[in-house]
Design a protein around this ligand. Structure first.
Ligand SMILES: *[C@@H]1O[C@H](CO)[C@@H](O)[C@H](O)[C@H]1NC(C)=O
Ligand SMILES: *[C@@H]1O[C@H](CO)[C@@H](O)[C@H](O)[C@H]1NC(C)=O
Ligand SMILES: *[C@@H]1O[C@H](CO)[C@@H](O)[C@H](O)[C@H]1NC(C)=O
Length: 476
């Protein structure tokens, strides 16, 4: 029998051997002339180097450049890491030189985890550009020392487009200063592809990969991805001006097309924060005003501090001279605790709390007869309508044909402010879809302390949109 200590020694020895195993496979260019570029691939977590040979081959065919390829692999537990990456890149570069590459146009290409470690490494390295597939740069695009192409799949089940949109926002900002950003740090939202289509691997159930079913075939996806990669490397490295110009026009079109898919996310986010107010609360209040919505002036304060929010009571004022109402509403947003660090978690709020005036309060301020009150549920229905209307027609059709629907349940009615505050927006998923149950607190118009208040804990339009474009499409 082997003593326990010896097993440990054996284990640690094999660990060292494994860590010295990082390697790269060099693939020769298919063109005999042209500007030389090398794509050095770093695989996703637990993926093999060879899973990327197919996409590399399609890029070689697509491009007029003389494209060399190095597929790195053999990381510890197949998990690319900052400790082994520099050695892997050095190894790839010497392999490329030995094989006959003359230029030093080395481009790091990382998928998922590979892109994350590559992004940190590339800041201070010999790499001349970076291509990120299904991952994001942990840095600011405009400050980054080399050009970066971010390829986001619309149906990426792991790296949400609702996360990548932050980088598109950075790009929009840069483009407003210089159009060159479109060529230097493009952020492309590829219609209908998913996370896994950057590689060719033996199939796994989607419940394991956590990916979403794509709308395009793997063959088609590889063609599209290769076109984008080619536009970027041609615009960056090609010496033939005419070819550069063609690629720049392609990147401009990609920017416009990507904007169509990112815009709904940005539009729904814009309903959430505008300075220190929450525009959606004003829309909700006007909705509650019913037929008086055109004579209601709504202010809103978005509180960052829950104590301040708790103290707030919405005032209403009817100005006889102008015949208009002024209502001041307030809002508080709750996110999932780890929404910024955990890519799996929704990027939209987990719930929003609104302090509004009831429909009855507005009618009564006008001297109108008592009315039946709206429900908080109706605000969730309105949020879904806004989100659907803002979606691309493609996303809408996809949701209607294969997305699981939202099911709006009747409000949970709280009987005290305390109960309202401590009862979360209730959400659960089952075979019928996503059930959403708002929490309401409603005081009679003539109630002495809180007369006419209507408090709602509901979902944000951005949350409805995230369900429509991502989570409703999961089939696990
Ligand atoms: C992102 O960068 C920050 C600051 O440089 C660092 O602390 C963090 O670990 C990085 N995150 C990842 C996922 O690499
Ligand atoms: C709305 O906000 C503006 C600017 O802060 C303020 O002048 C106005 O009095 C507010 N109206 C109400 C109804 O609170
Ligand atoms: C959504 O679109 C429909 C159809 O165009 C329209 O009737 C409806 O008013 C829109 N809803 C909202 C909230 O904009």
């Amino acid at each position: 029998m082997i003593p326990f200590e010896q097993i440990l020694v054996l284990l640690s020895t094999s660990f060292l051997v494994a860590s010295a195993k990082v390697s790269s496979e060099i693939i020769q260019p298919i063109r005999s002339s042209g500007d030389e570029v090398a794509l050095i691939f770093v695989p996703g977590a637990y993926q093999k180097a060879e899973y990327y040979s197919e996409i590399a081959g399609v890029i070689q065919e697509t491009s007029q450049l003389r494209v060399w390829v190095a597929l790195t692999g053999g990381y510890d537990s197949d998990y690319p890491n900052p400790r082994e990456l520099p050695g892997a890149i050095d190894d790839a570069v010497s392999g490329l030189k030995q094989a006959g590459m003359v230029s030093d146009f080395y481009v790091g290409v990382g998928h998922g985890r590979g892109g994350i470690v590559l992004g940190t490494y590339a800041r201070d390295s010999g790499l001349k550009a970076l291509i990120l597939m299904g991952c994001i740069l942990n840095d600011t695009l405009s400050d980054f020392p080399v050009p970066v192409l971010t390829l986001a799949s619309e149906l990426d089940g792991l790296v949400r487009v609702t996360l990548v949109v932050d980088y598109f926002e950075q790009l929009l900002d840069s483009v407003s200063q210089s159009k060159d950003a479109i060529y230097r740090t493009p952020v492309i939202n590829i219609q209908g592809t998913n996370h896994i289509q950057f590689e060719t691997r033996p199939p796994l159930p989607r419940a394991v990969t956590r990916d979403i079913k794509s709308d395009v075939s793997d063959t088609e996806a590889r063609k599209i991805i290769s076109r984008h990669v080619n536009s970027f490397i041609t615009a960056t490295f090609r010496s033939v001006a005419g070819d550069v110009e063609v690629s720049r026009v392609e990147l401009e079109n990609d920017f416009i097309e990507s904007d169509k898919r990112f815009k709904p996310i940005l539009d729904m986010k814009a309903l959430q924060v505008e300075g220190d107010s929450f525009p959606w609360a004003s829309i909700a209040q006007r909705y509650f005003a019913g037929e008086f919505d055109n004579i209601v002036e709504v202010n809103n304060t978005l509180y960052g501090d829950i104590e301040e929010f708790i103290k707030f009571k919405p005032p209403i004022r009817y100005d006889v001279a102008s015949g208009r109402f002024e209502v001041h509403t307030s809002a508080f947003i709750e996110y999932e605790g780890d929404y910024q660090t955990n890519q799996r978690v929704e990027k939209s709020p987990a719930e929003i709390r609104l302090k509004l005036k009831s429909k009855g309060a507005i009618h009564s301020a006008r001297g109108a007869a008592p009315v039946e009150e709206w429900s908080c549920r109706s605000l969730n229905e309105l949020a879904l309508e806004y989100a659907l209307n803002s979606s691309t027609s493609h996303a809408r059709d996809r949701y209607h044909s294969r997305g699981r629907p939202m099911v709006f349940e009747d409000d949970i009615v709280a009987t005290s402010g305390q109960e309202w505050l401590s009862t979360p927006l209730t959400i659960w998923r089952d075979a019928d879809g996503l059930h959403v149950q708002a929490v309401a607190l409603l005081a009679a118009v003539d109630s002495p302390m809180y007369g006419g208040m209507h408090y709602c804990c509901v979902m944000a339009p951005s949350q409805a949109l995230e369900w429509i474009i991502i989570d409703s499409l999961r089939d696990y």
